[in-house]
Write a protein that binds this ligand. Sequence first.
Ligand SMILES: [Fe+2]
Ligand SMILES: [Fe+2]
Length: 216
Amino acid sequence: MQSIKYPELKTQEIEHKKIISSMNLFIKKLPKMKILDIEKELAHFVQIWFISHIVYEDKKITQWINQNDIPEFSFCWINSYKIGNTTIDAEHQELFEIASEAFKEVHNDERKNKIRKTLNKLFKYFQNHFENEEEYMVSIKYDKTEEHKDIHTDIMNKLTNIIKKSPKMSIEDLEDILSNFIEDSLVNHILEEDKKITYWVEFLEDIKESKELKEL
Ligand SMILES: [Fe+2]
Ligand SMILES: [Fe+2]
């Protein structure tokens, strides 16, 4: 919802909180409830929250997408991608900007050219970003630096392959492949691998803190 700038995001957030808190309340009451009452309440809960939420609220998101011609491939930086290092976060954000250029509306004859330009830009920027990120991992003695570097090498190989094959590909295939690549090598890589660097930093801070406490 954030990424498609859905105007009723706040309402949805409130609804989600309500669902979670009434679920929590229900779980707390469970041990003291009779099985029949549990069944009744559960049925009511599913009816009210799941069905009406999905039917009424979530459907509105689909309407918003259709009304505003939001492209099938839309990549947008959101705050939950942050890993906590200002430079790395800014670079990730820039990668999203570059990636989304590939899917901006242009004249049909220009589409392929635009994607190729984006691929080359992405290649240069990824290379530079990986170097910086790897330097950062070494500087904080991240314990999985080598594994992480291997994943970066893998990503660069994939991108090289796409660039090599791109002249012979149809525009539709190219868009598909590029969008899968971005999903996998940018979004998922940040969420699954780069985020681990944050946990490592937090872990180091915890150790430092407990050492200081001991000294006191
Ligand atoms: Fe990374
Ligand atoms: Fe990264």
